[in-house]
Design a binder for this molecule. Structure first.
Ligand code: GAP
Length: 438
């Protein structure tokens, strides 16, 4: 983390206010005063987050022969959460301040002092608070109808292990990926979207022969760390932290976090864990279904080990936002990687006459078949460029007085602010290269 506390707080505040002003992220149900720990993505934000998820899916599923995808339900048979250990032990230690009634995680209290009102030694005994949201399925609200909103997406993958093996051509080692909502009743949601109660995960369970697990663990740590760099995150702000033995879950043989230097501190973006054969064994025992795998080449039957890279879509989106944000003398700019940018190009007629708007509309129609693009004819051209800089649009395509004569436009680059002339017939090829090759 760089800078003083004041500056980093200000930086975070500036990003939060840009998100609201530009329709990136809003407080959920804001007109009713919001709901703590829940956020809505606006028109720009939804494109940004979709790009994060779609690039993750493309790199982890579409471009690989050894990973397939699933999309499981959020509500599942509650036995899933007994098998996974969430019913008995997915808890946070919690205390209440007897003075201000605030509720806090016991392990976040420093010097026995209330972080809200400052009173000392005024806490209740530690209680264990289960983070799963409970609901009821069907008309009866009794113990037989209890269901949980999933607190992680991976259990749907484990529960479908056999289905996937039996219906697709996968052979161990292989992975199953899923992107979807997860819910945790966090005691203290905080730091904007970083710790929310409703969020999205991008998880992949990679099943390997037990003896190959250490090799694949090393592979996925490197692969996942580099994924963020590939989409423009600055290397000096991204860290791979190996867990100490004492930090490991009882079933894990290894774990590492990809961490990012947020303005509020260095925090976890993604965890990569060697979960051994724990999950499949647990689900075998609880469901009484044999979830072992028969490996034809070696003629051996075994329960595969699992390497799990587990990322948060909202945390990744926040990291891309924070990393891209820069205040310059003349402008505020989001320097998104073009593949992550919500709008790829803005099409701007220099003035609203001489056929320029019509020409710009035609270009917009052609480009929107490929990307999310934006037409803007309101205000001075300099102000329009600034608006696009603030939205993180990497290219502005300007139709000017020459365009009708030479069938070309000016393309302005967001970062260097240089401009070049490009033939309209070559625009799609030009932008494809600029976006894919960046
Ligand atoms: N299946 C393993 C698992 O769920 P986790 O470390 O609890 O592991 C994985 O969560 C990722 O999900 C985290 O690295 C983070 O990116 C995201 N995540 C977890 N809790 C979150 C929350 N309350 N708000 C936003 N993202 C969260």
């Amino acid at each position: 983390m760089s800078g003083t506390k004041g500056t980093t707080d200000q930086r975070m505040q500036a990003i939060v206010s840009l998100c609201k002003r530009r329709g990136i992220i809003f407080q959920s149900s804001e007109i009713y005063g919001g709901l703590n720990g829940c956020w809505d993505y606006g028109p720009l934000g939804v494109e940004l987050k979709r790009n994060v998820k779609e690039n993750w899916w493309r790199d982890n599923v579409i471009l690989r022969d050894d990973i397939v995808g699933v999309d499981c339900s959020i509500l599942m048979n509650p036995r899933v959460w007994e098998a996974s250990g969430h019913v008995s032990s997915f808890t946070d230690p919690m205390v209440d301040c007897m003075q201000c009634k605030g509720r806090f995680r016991a392990d976040h209290i420093v010097n026995n002092q209330c972080p809200t009102c400052g009173s000392k030694d005024k806490f209740t005994e530690v209680r264990h608070f289960n983070l799963m949201f409970k609901t009821h399925v069907g008309a009866l609200e009794d113990s037989s109808s209890i269901a949980y909103l999933r607190p992680e997406t991976c259990q749907g993958i484990f529960a479908n292990f056999d289905n996937v093996v039996n219906t697709s051509r996968v052979k161990v080692p292989f992975g199953i990926a899923q992107i979807g909502k997860a819910f945790r009743n966090e005691i203290n949601p905080r730091n904007f979207t970083f710790r929310s109660r409703e969020f999205e995960q991008m998880e992949m369970e990679f099943f390997t022969p037990p003896e190959e697990a250490p090799k694949w663990f090393e592979y996925w740590k490197k692969e996942r760390y580099e994924w963020y760099l590939r989409y423009g995150i600055k290397r000096e702000r991204l860290h791979l932290r190996e867990h100490e033995k004492t930090e490991l879950a009882h079933y894990a043989a290894g774990c590492a976090d990809v961490e990012y230097d947020f303005p509020f501190g260095c925090s976890e973006l993604e965890g990569i864990a060697n979960r051994t054969d724990y999950d499949l064994k647990q689900h075998s025992a609880f469901s009484k279904k044999d979830l072992s795998y028969f490996d034809q080449p070696t003629n051996k039957r075994f329960i595969p080990y699992v390497i799990e890279p587990s990322a948060g879509a909202d945390r990744a989106t926040l990291a891309f936002l924070v990393d891209a944000y820069e205040e310059e003398a003349e402008r505020t700019v989001l320097r998104f990687h073009p593949k992550i940018a919500p709008i790829k190009a803005a099409i701007l007629p220099l003035v609203n006459k001489d056929g320029m708007p019509e020409m710009a509309e035609k270009i917009q129609s052609a480009l929107k078949r490929h990307w999310n693009v934006f037409f803007d004819d309101k205000g001075a051209i300099g102000r329009r460029y600034r608006r696009q800089d603030e939205a993180g649009t990497p290219f502005c395509v300007t139709v000017d007085g020459e365009s009708a004569k030479d069938n070309s436009v000016t393309v302005r680059h967001r970062d260097a602010m240089n401009q070049e002339r490009v033939g309209i017939d070559h625009l799609v090829t030009f932008l494809t290269k600029a976006i894919q090759g960046a």
